[in-house]
Each structure stands twice: as structure tokens, then as C-alpha cells.
Write a protein that binds this ligand. Structure first.
Ligand SMILES: Nc1ncnc2c1ncn2[C@@H]1O[C@H](COP(=O)(O)OP(=O)(O)OP(=O)(O)O)[C@@H](O)[C@H]1O
Ligand code: SF4
Ligand SMILES: [Mg+2]
Length: 322
């Protein structure tokens, strides 16, 4: 069995609005990622994907819960220790252009992490940065330029290059393609796949789009209102899913075998509830056509229903139903 690189236990993130109101943006989630695995995290805008990713990165750390990287608990580390291990886990942020420092040249952006890990020779830092730029498909001859002189897709390549400079084991990619044109999206996905193999990366891949994660991920977790509702190997989840929300997300993906469907077409009309005022019981009940009294009274437990398949629903779909 492959060893887990990342293990997250009972992680919650709470924001305080106006110093008073407590908003639980991520609520008691647990998961792991095995070495070499790509885990997808999907869900609609605002469900807590970026908040979860930042809490794993300790940017900042969670309100409660533990995050183990290779067995060491990041949430218990002091600043100095965290700085020492940070090169091992890196993140590609949601907005590529604004995540790059506009005043720095690309070369400076890429060499800075090498200073942190103690590469003292400027020539060595420069050589490594130019090699990395070439490997992500950016002309090293343009390394003296600043971010605004590159396109969105090129900025994403540069951000990926920056994240890989310290040779991390774990890479968290937060919506790496959502702001890009469809043709550029495919290029970036292919680039990440090539780099994943070349660098032996373990990845957490975040997207609101199940079509994007379909080929990129080994396993998928579906998130709604700060909690997980279903998790399975990706190849399986597309064929067999039990949660009405997973089914609704998959119905929006073109050209796949949709598996079990719900009647009533416009399932995902309306907005998700605010995490500041979540419904009682199951968070999805205000939009779920299968909701019954029990769904308002009792929160469904997120539990393993088959080996490797976890679900939180009182009245799961029958995979044979259609
Ligand atoms: N700094 C913050 N202060 C207060 N609330 C926040 C903060 N950051 C996020 N939130 C709230 O937490 C919830 C989750 O937000 P988050 O950005 O993690 O969602 P997301 O799934 O990444 O969405 P998207 O797909 O749009 O990127 C939202 O309700 C958001 O308004
Ligand atoms: S627990 Fe009830 S409301 Fe929630 S998804 Fe299942 S059937 Fe729908
Ligand atoms: Mg986000």
C-alpha cells in the first residue's frame, strides 16, 4: 500500500464577520492523499475549496483539526519550523496574474525560493530558474520581463514554475485553469500531467468543474457548503454515484454517461445557502428533490459505504435508477 503524504483530520475554518458573526467555511473535514496520487476537490463557487487549501498550506492554519505532511503535524509547528518544511509543499493560486509580484522580474520571482532553501550561488539560481522556465514552455530569453508583459496562460505557467522551484513533494493547484480560454486550459492540464510524472508529484487539484478533473485526477471529493458529500476513485464516481449533488454536478458535464439521474431537470437552480446561516441537518436539503423530514432533523454522517467510496446522505440514489 502506498504511504500517505498528506493526512488531514477534522479540519475546520471559521471566519469572523464584523468581529461577531462566526462563519464556518470548512467544517470538520478529513482526508488523505497517497504518494503520487492526484486528488480532485470539486464543488460550486463558495463551497470552501480555496479556504480548505489555504488551511492545509497554513496560510493561515485552521481553527481546529490537524494536517500531517509525511507524518509531521504542520498545525503544531512554530514559524521557524514551518519555514523549514514549506519548500516541500507548494500551492498554485487561483488567480495566476495577481499571485505574481508585479514589481519583480520573472527571473527574480523564480530565484527567490532558491535563496530561501539556501542556494547561495547566484549563477546556480539563475541556471535553475531558466531551466524551469523552459520546462514550462516559457522562453527563458523573456525572464527579464514582468508579469503584465505575459498572457494569463503564460502567467499560470510561470506560477507553476515558481511552485516547482523548491522541488516540492505536494502541489496544491487551486482552479489552475478556470480563468483561461478552453484551448489554453488543455495546454495547462497537459503541462501539469507532464510535470507530475517528471517530478513524481502528489497533487490536490481543485476545480468547480467535474469535466476538468475527470481525466486529471485519480480520486475525487465532492464538497458542498464546507463539507464533503461524496468521495470515490474518479473512474468509479463517473459511473456509480449516490449523492444527489454529485449527480447534479455530473448532469452538467457534457458527453459522458451520466449514470443515475434525478427527475426534475433544473436541480441546481438557485444559490447554495450562506455558510453564515446553514440549514439544519443536511446542508443540501434546500436544493435536494429527495429531501425528507429526516434530512432537516439529522445531519447525514460522511461514512464509507463501500471500500474507498464515502458518502453523506440519508436517501442515496440507486445507481441502477435512471
Ligand atoms: N477571508 C474571508 N473572510 C470571511 N469569509 C470568507 C473569507 N474567505 C472566504 N470566505 C467565505 O468562505 C466561504 C468559502 O469561500 P472559498 O473562497 O473557500 O470558496 P471556493 O469554493 O474556493 O469558491 P470559488 O470556486 O469561487 O473559488 C465563502 O462563503 C466565502 O464568502
Ligand atoms: S440527506 Fe436528504 S437532503 Fe441531503 S442529499 Fe441526502 S436526500 Fe438530499
Ligand atoms: Mg476558490
Amino acid at each position: 500500500m502506498k504511504k500517505d503524504i498528506l493526512r488531514v483530520e477534522g479540519l475546520s475554518v471559521i471566519f469572523r464577520h464584523g468581529g461577531k458573526q462566526r462563519v464556518r467555511a470548512v467544517s470538520n473535514v478529513s482526508f488523505n492523499i497517497a504518494r503520487g496520487e492526484t486528488l480532485g476537490l470539486v464543488g460550486e463557487s463558495g463551497c470552501g475549496k480555496s479556504t480548505l487549501a489555504r488551511a492545509v498550506m497554513q496560510l493561515p492554519g485552521p481553527a481546529s483539526g490537524r494536517v500531517f505532511l509525511n507524518g509531521a503535524d504542520l498545525t503544531r509547528m512554530g514559524k521557524k519550523e514551518l519555514r523549514r518544511v514549506r519548500p516541500r509543499f507548494q500551492m498554485v493560486f487561483q488567480d495566476a496574474v495577481s499571485s505574481l509580484n508585479p514589481r519583480r522580474t520573472i527571473l527574480d520571482t523564480l530565484t527567490a525560493p532558491l535563496k530561501v532553501i539556501g542556494i547561495r550561488d547566484p549563477g546556480e539560481r539563475r541556471r535553475r530558474a531558466l531551466d524551469m522556465l523552459a520546462s514550462v514552455g516559457i522562453d527563458p530569453g523573456r525572464s527579464h520581463l514582468r508579469p503584465y508583459q505575459f498572457s494569463g496562460g503564460q502567467c499560470q505557467r510561470i506560477q507553476i514554475a515558481r511552485a516547482l522551484m523548491t522541488e516540492p513533494e505536494l502541489l496544491i493547484c487551486d482552479e489552475p485553469v478556470s480563468s483561461l480560454d478552453v484551448s489554453v486550459q488543455a495546454q495547462i492540464i497537459n503541462l501539469l500531467e507532464r510535470l507530475r510524472k517528471a517530478h513524481g508529484l502528489t497533487m490536490l487539484f481543485i476545480s468547480h468543474d467535474l469535466a476538468v478533473v475527470k481525466n486529471a485526477c485519480d480520486r475525487i471529493m465532492v464538497m458542498y457548503l464546507g463539507k464533503f458529500c461524496e468521495e470515490a476513485l474518479s473512474e468509479r464516481l463517473y459511473r456509480v454515484h449516490y449523492h444527489p449533488y454529485t449527480s447534479a454536478l455530473l448532469s452538467a458535464v457534457p458527453k459522458i454517461d451520466p449514470g443515475p439521474r434525478l427527475s426534475g431537470g433544473d436541480l441546481l437552480s438557485g444559490e447554495p445557502p450562506s455558510p453564515a446561516d446553514p440549514p439544519s441537518g443536511c446542508g443540501f436539503r434546500t436544493r435536494c428533490p429527495r429531501a425528507e423530514k429526516k434530512c432537516a432533523q439529522k445531519e447525514p454522517e460522511f461514512r464509507e459505504i463501500e471500500p474507498g467510496h464515502r458518502l453523506a446522505c440519508h436517501f442515496p440514489l440507486d445507481p441502477g435508477q435512471g
